[in-house]
Design a protein. Structure first.
Length: 312
């Protein structure tokens, strides 16, 4: 069962409709990315799911329960204890130290000082800021401030984690570092994530499944490979036109059956052709392809990689 399932969600601001019947499901432990141009309705959808924005119609099922039928007290409890959020603008409290910022959600919950500070210190160490607990936001770089925002959103150990354009305000180098950090944290924490971005390259790097939005409606939902190789609408075709196919094609899709002598080097079937390409620059002619348990399931030839890299 999906941890989060949205059915026919409609809402807007005042009398102006923004979302026109959104349908989306995210499985436990998965990263679902919502992508689209500015004004597509991505943030509006997240705010509606989180209970920040009233909805007009539809269902928002969280752990099988329709949040739109829940009481205000229950929604508040779920938001405080089961949902975490990271925003594009770090939204740190400038008069509070790093430790106080990270512990703040637990203070709102009513946790005692020793318990909330112990949890905050653990989260600060998790995001690599150990030793900066007493620093103030103005004393941190942009990347460090966003790490504080991430630590704060994780302090309450949420089951559902929303990230709204969390890295778009960072320069390209720091942005790449934060993407790496995000993937590292997910390997440790296994959260269910809704990641909102306008950057399709970011989405295909981070997400298990992608929903492409346009004008308040979802155009297509699928894996990065499905979205790029089989776009279902003209908009999705145009949106993904410049994406190098090697970034999304998985080895499992282009491998040949195993045969002959076992290759000396192997990669998982879930790796992309772009990730495998450097091995062939080292003179390798064939690499093995393995399943999740490390068993050989195929092999990839240099010629096939060249074909994909050149657009085949």
């Amino acid at each position: 069962m999906s941890l989060l399932e949205i059915r026919g969600l409609r809402t807007g601001y005042g009398d102006v409709p923004i979302l026109h019947g959104i349908d989306l499901a995210i499985d436990p432990g998965a990263i679902g990315s919502v992508v689209g141009a500015n004004g597509a309705g991505k943030t509006t959808a997240m705010r509606a799911v989180a209970g920040i924005l009233p909805t007009w119609s539809g269902e928002i099922l969280f752990e099988g329960r329709d949040l739109l039928a829940a009481s205000e007290a229950e929604i508040t409890r779920i938001r405080r204890h089961k949902m975490g959020m990271v925003f594009q603008h770090f939204a740190l409290l400038p008069h509070m130290s790093v430790l106080e910022n990270v512990a703040f959600p637990l203070e709102v919950q009513g946790a005692g000082r020793s318990a909330r500070e112990a949890r905050a210190r653990k989260m600060i160490a998790l995001v690599g800021l150990e030793g900066r607990e007493e620093s103030f936001p103005r004393e941190l770089s942009g990347g460090q401030q966003q790490r504080v925002g991430i630590a704060r959103s994780l302090a309450a150990d949420p089951e559902l984690w929303f990230l709204d354009e969390p890295f778009s305000a960072l320069d390209p180098l720091i942005r790449r570092e934060m993407q790496d950090e995000f993937l590292r944290l997910q390997k440790i924490l296994h959260k269910t994530i809704v990641f909102i971005t306008h950057d399709f390259d970011e989405a295909i790097r981070l997400a298990d499944r992608i929903a492409v939005m346009k004008d308040g409606a979802i155009e297509q939902v699928g894996t990065p490979e499905e979205i790029v190789l089989s776009p279902s609408t003209p908009y999705v075709t145009e949106f993904t036109r410049a994406v190098p196919r090697a970034k999304v094609i998985r080895l499992g899709s282009v491998m040949a059956a195993p045969g002959g002598e076992a290759p000396s080097r192997s990669l998982p079937a879930t790796a992309t052709v772009a990730e495998a390409a450097p091995a062939f620059l080292e003179g390798v002619e064939t690499i093995g392809v393995t399943d999740a348990d490390g068993r050989a399931v195929g092999q990839l030839e240099r010629a096939r990689v060249i074909e994909v890299m050149l657009g085949g």
